[in-house]
Design a protein around this ligand. Sequence first.
Ligand SMILES: C[S@@+](CC[C@H](N)C(=O)[O-])C[C@H]1O[C@@H](n2cnc3c(N)ncnc32)[C@H](O)[C@@H]1O
Length: 287
Amino acid sequence: MSQTLSSSADEWSRFAPSFMKMAADGPGVLPAHSMVAAADGSYAFSSASLILDIGTGPGQIPSAILGAYGHTIPESARLVASDFSAGIVEQLEQRKKLEIENGHSLWARLETMVCDATDLSAFSDGSVSHAFAGFVLFMVPQARVALDEIHRVLSSQNGGGFFALSSWQGSEWIELMSFVTKVRPDKLLPQLGPTWRTVEGIRGELEATGFQGVEVHSVETYMPFEDHDEIARYILTEFPGMKRLTSDMTRQELERTRDLMVEDIKSRHPTAPGRLVGTALVGVGRK
Ligand SMILES: C[S@@+](CC[C@H](N)C(=O)[O-])C[C@H]1O[C@@H](n2cnc3c(N)ncnc32)[C@H](O)[C@@H]1O
C-alpha cells in the first residue's frame, strides 16, 4: 500500500536546517550540475532574461548556475529561487549571506521567493527564459497544474524557453524508507508512481504539457554519510514524510527499524564514512 510523497510546507520548514547539511554535498548536487549544463548547451545563460528555480530547497540548482555560468548571465537578467516553504527560503537566505561573505559575490544576484509550484502568478506569460524543478514535481499533488504554469511563464523567443526537471529512478535511501513496514506492516509507504520513476513516464508528462525536443537521461548520484547509525536515524526520523509516518511508533519499534536499516546499510557499505547511491532521471525540453 502507498501514499503520495507530498509533505506540507511546515514539514519542509522543520527539515530545513538538516536539509542544509546536504546542500553542497548531497543527492541533489550532481543532478543539478547535469540540468544546468544541459540548459546552457540548449539555451545559453548568456541570453537569459529570467531564470526560475522551483522547489529550490537549499539551492543546489542556483549554486550550480552561479558556480559555472554566473559570470555569463546578462546584467539585465533575474535569477529567482522559489520554494513553498518559508523555512526553506529562510535557510537559503542564510546560505546566500554566507556565500557572499566567503567571496562568492555572484550570489548577490539571487532573489528568493516563497511560491507554490502550482501558482506562478508572480511571473507574467512568456517572461522566463530558463525554468528548473529539481526533485519536486513528483511531490506536488497537482503536478500537471505546475507543468502548465511552467509552460505558461516560459518565453517563446530564441527557439523557446528551456525547462529541466529531475526525479528518482531509484535510490538506496528510498529503499531504506520502506523498512518501516518490516516492523509496522500497517504503515502506508510514500511511493513514487511510474510517471516519475521511468524515462517514458517523464517524457510523457513533458510532451503532454506541450514541451518540444524532450530528452530524459539518468544521473548517478549519492548521499554521503559519516556513520551508519546516524544516516539511518536521519532517514527514519528527519525526512519530511518519514517524520509524520513514524510519529506514532514506539521507541522499541523505532529502534528495531533502525537496527534493520543499519544492518542493511552495513551489508552494502561496510565502512564509514561512505555513500548511499541513487539514480536520478533528468528530463529537459523547450517551450
Ligand atoms: C527534495 S527538495 C529539492 C531540492 C532541490 N531543488 C534539488 O534539486 O535537489 C524538494 C523541495 O521542494 C519544495 N516543495 C515541495 N512541494 C512544493 C510545492 N508544491 N511548491 C513549491 N515547492 C515545493 C520543498 O519545500 C523542498 O524544498
